[in-house]
Design a protein around this ligand. Sequence first.
Ligand code: 3PG
Length: 215
Amino acid sequence: MTEAILDRLRRLRILPLIVIDDAARADALATALVEGGLPCAEVAFRTRGACDALRRMSAEHPEVLVGAGTILTDGQADEARRAGARFIVSPGLHPRVVDYCQAHDLPVFPGVCTPTEIGAALEKGLRVLKFFPAEPMGGLAFLEAVAAPFGEVEFIPTGGINAANLASYLGSRRVAACGGSWMAPQAWIAAGDFARIRGEVSEAVRRAGLTTAGP
Ligand code: 3PG
């Protein structure tokens, strides 16, 4: 299960981070993501409507790989799984969330940014981790330096990724995919500006295609 989801994320290369409060906008949002070329989303559990929006995207758009983000507790992970989340993302390494996901064969990508946190995640048997907050921590140079002692571990950097720096991250063999909100900011979703979202998504896909192999 985890490997199949990971393979899809590696092929998609970009994971739009979605902050949505009005579940009625979920259908149009999912359509914009698909038409832009990214049939995937991490719906952040930061709004009251997030879980309902995830449920609708998952039910109405089975072609879209939908996961839940900002998951801080095992209770939220359970709510997200029941709503149809295919994977879980957390800002930090929350052991109960990881335990819940592993018990339910649900891929989980906890956030890390130090060697100690990477080591703790490896002890849990995890090999793909969110690197957060990527840019404030020092970006790709920091990521590669901190990852160097850790063999095959891969990352999903998030936090400050945008159209301008996307290709450099994707050029690293350490990067499985990049996450971020720049393609579908909360304000655009709330305003119903789905044409703009579709355009930004397709521009991100275009830029990901410009990636050259890095270190
Ligand atoms: C996250 O939770 O992963 C970040 O808030 C996303 O960061 P961004 O808004 O800078 O993309």
